[in-house]
Design a protein around this ligand. Structure first.
Ligand code: AP5
Length: 210
């Protein structure tokens, strides 16, 4: 969990590599659907472009189905889900059916000035979705993805106006669920400032990988 741009995707990818479990990002799944022009993509594009949340029932079915797939049987990292009180209920139900529990909920934090700096400097690969930053993670060749060589672009929702809306949506709809997980004794707050390596060291200190 954490504000838009705090580093959830960056840290989840590192944790995936360390823990050897799948990384399920609802943002990535939805963006891919938009890019491929699927029926889901057509339905959700307006929400993504405006910074609003996609309706709970759409996301709920998608995640419940994804968690039941074979590659998630050994464990999974959820990135960007749940994001509303209703999605917490949907996740509880999906986990109950699968007879698994959450090990922990990790809330990354950083000041708003750092969030704006990270989002405005973010560049993503238009093809494989790899994430870069103009200052802290620049590609070897400017404007080209290290992994696949395709062009880098700014995400359509990384404009000033949409960032403002995403932060507002986060504070209103998502932050309250941190309290729910705190009450359950699952919440770990992680200082998200400093380099990605420094943040990962803090994160890994809180995660039980046994
Ligand atoms: P989503 O893709 O989840 O966006 P988000 O929550 O706004 O988060 P971001 O992907 O913007 O940021 P991040 O925290 O992953 O940061 P990153 O690692 O990239 O969702 C997008 C949209 O999809 C939503 O608005 C909504 O419409 C929809 N959606 C998704 N899930 C949904 C759900 N459950 N329900 C309903 N709708 C849903 O890092 C950002 C930048 O900073 C990068 O450039 C990175 O290189 C850099 N960086 C990272 N860490 C550091 C560091 N430590 N130091 C310096 N730079 C750093």
């Amino acid at each position: 969990m954490g504000m838009p741009g705090v580093g959830k995707g960056t840290q989840a990818a590192r944790l995936r590599d360390r823990a050897g479990v799948v990384h399920l990002s609802t943002g990535d799944i939805l963006r891919e659907a938009v890019q491929r022009g699927t029926a889901l993509g057509t339905r959700v594009q307006g929400f993504l472009d405006s910074g609003k949340l996609v309706p709970d029932e759409l996301i709920g079915d998608l995640i419940a189905d994804r968690l039941g797939q074979q590659d998630a049987a050994a464990g999974f990292i959820l990135d960007g889900f749940p994001r509303t009180v209703e999605q917490v209920v949907i996740l509880d139900e999906a986990l109950r059916r699968l007879r698994v529990g959450l090990d922990g909920v990790y809330l990354l934090t950083a000041p708003k000035s750092e969030i704006v700096r990270r989002l405005s400097g973010r560049r993503v690969c238009a093809d494989c979705g790899a994430v870069y930053h103009v200052d802290s993670r620049s590609p070897r060749v400017e404007g080209k993805c290290d992994a696949c060589g395709h062009a880098l672009m700014q995400r359509p929702d990384d404009t000033e106006e949409v960032i403002r809306e995403r932060l507002e949506v986060y504070n209103r709809q998502t932050l309250p669920i941190a309290e729910k997980y705190r009450e359950r004794g699952l919440l770990h707050e992680i200082d998200g400032t400093g380099s990605p390596v420094a943040v990962f060291e803090r994160l890994i200190g809180e995660v039980n990988l046994s």
